[in-house]
Design a protein. Sequence first.
Length: 254
Amino acid sequence: MTHHKVDDHTPDNPVLLEVKDGLATIVLNRPERKNAIVGPLSDALAACFAEASDRDDVGAVLLHGAGGGFCSGLDLTEYNADPPPTWIGTASSSFAAAHRAIAECPVPVVGALERFAINGGAGLALACDLLVAGEGAFLQVGEVRQGMPAAMNLAWLSGRHPLSVIHQITLSGRRFSGLDLHRLGIALDVVADDEVLDAARRLALEIAGFPGSAGRMMKEHTAGMVADVVTSADRIDRGAALLAAAGQLRPART
C-alpha cells in the first residue's frame, strides 16, 4: 500500500498513514464532510491498519480525524445518492472489514476524540483501546432514533463495558460529553478541547516506548475477547446492511 503523510490533506486520500518514532498515526481525511464514512474511506482505513499491524517498528497506533473533528458517521448524502455510488454494494462489508482490521491490530490503539463521534463514527471511537476526549467533545450512538440497530457500536460496547453503560449509551441515543465518557469508563483521559490531539499523541508515544513490546503482549492476552467482538459486529452489521439496502437510512434526529 502507498501511504501518505498526515499533512497530505488531499481529497483523494480518505485516510492517511504516517509512521514515526514507533507510532503509526492514522487520520480520517474527509474534513470537508466532517470525516464522514464512505466505502473508499472504510477500504483505506482497513488497509492502513493492516499495514501498521504488519510493521515491526510500530508500537502503538493513534487514530484521529482531520480538521479538528473525529467522525460524523456515515455520509448519508453519498449513501442515498441517485444514482448510487459504485461502492454501495460493498459498503457494509468494507465497514466490517475496517473494524476487523482495528480489532486485529496487535498494538494498542489510542483514539483522539475531538468535537464529535456520531453513530458510525462513535463505533470507530469505541473500537480504540484507549480514548482521550475533549471536555466539550461528545459521542452519540443515535441509531435508536433512526429505527436502526447500533451496528458496530453495540458490538464494541458489549465487549468492553457493563450492561448499564451499554443501555445508557444505546437506548437513549443521547450525546455523551467527554466528562460523561470518563465517568462511564469509556474515556481514559479528558482534557481541554484544544489539547486533545497532543494529549493522545503523548499517550500513544509513551505506550510505543514501553520496553519489550509490552503493549503487544498485553493485547495478545485479550485477543480472544476481541475476536468475539468482531464476530458479534459482523452479525449485528447484517441488520444495518438490510436497512441500508431497503433505503431506510435517515439522518439522526438530535
